[in-house]
Design a protein around this ligand. Sequence first.
Ligand SMILES: NC(=O)c1ccc[n+]([C@@H]2O[C@H](COP(=O)([O-])OP(=O)(O)OC[C@H]3O[C@@H](n4cnc5c(N)ncnc54)[C@H](O)[C@@H]3O)[C@@H](O)[C@H]2O)c1
Length: 265
Amino acid sequence: MANLIVAGAAGRMGRVLVGMIARDPVHKLAGAVEAKGVAAVGSDAGEVAGVGPLGLRITDDYAALARPDTVTLDFTNAAASLEHLNLAANNGAAIVVASTGFNADQEKRAAAIAPRTRTVISPNLSIGVNVLSKLVEQVAAILPDFDAEVVEIHHRTKVDAPSGTALALGRTIAAARKVDFKSHSVFGREGITGVRPGDQISVIGLRAGDAVGDHTVIFGGQGERLELIHRAQSRDSLARGALRAAAWLEKQKPGLYSMRDVLGL
Ligand SMILES: NC(=O)c1ccc[n+]([C@@H]2O[C@H](COP(=O)([O-])OP(=O)(O)OC[C@H]3O[C@@H](n4cnc5c(N)ncnc54)[C@H](O)[C@@H]3O)[C@@H](O)[C@H]2O)c1
């Protein structure tokens, strides 16, 4: 049983999590946090999540909640997650950083802070996506001559592109093929682009409607094509993965872990 803090409690993922934890006989909702100035601060977390009152008010004071016996599920944004990670590390609290959209500097800072406390950083907490990543790693190595293209589609309100998951899949392919992702990746094509280099890895983001998030990895060969597809059908898969990560993380030593560590992949 973990004492869970949901950061970003009034957001899309935060509301799903608060609702799921409220119905979960194992985990306890110990805190719900929102950004300063957001209307939901001071409101009952359950009412904001649409599951009825839970007797727990949303606060904007994360530092006061983060204690060693808590696990934070952070679905906010890169800057807020970095701030929360630092506070969690100072207080010895465990934290699952789910936010995406980290720039290179933020990524570096997060990687430096994370080992000080029990931390999972994962751009995608769904179990299926992590299995997809494992399969992609294997296929990229088995079929080194096949052209690798990563395509994702998400809802129109997602602010970062391509998705953190698509970038992670691209990096997985690069690592499996022992090439540098930065110098071998492209994020779109236009005009006379010439013949596709065989070692290029393209990562393309589509935005439409309310799509929860699909990721397709295409391995194109001569006369055949292998496609690995994961489709998220609701945000529940992400929230369930977050709860699984929290339960696992609670029992670990301080360190930076991935969802693959959580799942033993
Ligand atoms: N890792 C995963 O599996 C996964 C899955 C879904 C979404 N995400 C990521 O999680 C983040 C949130 O996604 P969302 O769709 O719920 O977005 P959202 O915009 O609906 O919700 C984010 C919430 O965070 C709040 N927030 C901002 N700053 C804060 C702060 N300092 N303290 C507390 N709360 C703060 C916002 O007010 C908002 O309510 C995004 O970065 C998204 O890409 C990751």
